[in-house]
Design a protein around this ligand. Structure first.
Ligand SMILES: Cc1cc2nc3c(=O)[nH]c(=O)nc-3n(C[C@H](O)[C@H](O)[C@H](O)COP(=O)(O)OP(=O)(O)OC[C@H]3O[C@@H](n4cnc5c(N)ncnc54)[C@H](O)[C@@H]3O)c2cc1C
Length: 118
């Protein structure tokens, strides 16, 4: 008893001030707007990382994710990244936490091999 809507872009969640009552979506093929009456929604994680402010600094993928290697290293030596904002697949808490630990160990490793500037 499930209807799967493909090519649908949510544009508005409607409510009566107390609870959710409906959702408006755009059919991406026809651009037509449709409204569905409903009593609840589940929000799936977004696909656009909040990384605009990094443009022109570290290298980003075409999705806006920070490109990191297996150690969490970006294209700039000494700059590391971890979590959902990176190219590491599967956006899950346990993965983000592990990647954070890995990136911090990589930063430590980088620092102990880097001489102090004169
Ligand atoms: C609706 C939803 C449900 C989810 N359910 C699950 C689940 O059941 N199980 C699971 O494992 N994962 C789930 N996830 C995914 C999980 O939340 C993420 O994988 C995890 O939070 C990623 O951690 P993160 O630290 O990389 O990023 P985030 O938790 O997104 O943390 C990034 C932080 O950086 C801050 N920030 C952004 N830009 C800037 C800036 N310019 N300056 C300073 N701070 C900034 C943000 O405010 C945020 O606090 C869910 C995600 C969503 C959206």
């Amino acid at each position: 008893n499930v209807t799967i809507l493909k090519m649908a872009q949510t544009t508005e969640v409607k409510g009566d001030g107390q609870r959710v009552t409906g959702l408006v979506y755009k059919d991406r093929t026809s651009e037509a707007l449709h409204e569905v009456e409903l009593e609840g929604i589940f929000v799936q994680i977004g696909l656009l990382p909040n990384s605009d402010w990094l443009k022109g600094t570290v290298e980003l993928s075409h999705f806006g994710e920070i490109i990191v290697d297996a150690k969490g290293q970006t294209n700039i030596p000494g700059v590391f990244a971890a979590g959902d904002v990176t190219t590491v697949p599967y956006k899950q808490i346990v993965i983000a936490v592990g990647e954070g630990a890995k990136a911090s160990l990589s930063a430590f490793d980088h620092l102990i091999r880097t001489s102090v500037p004169a």
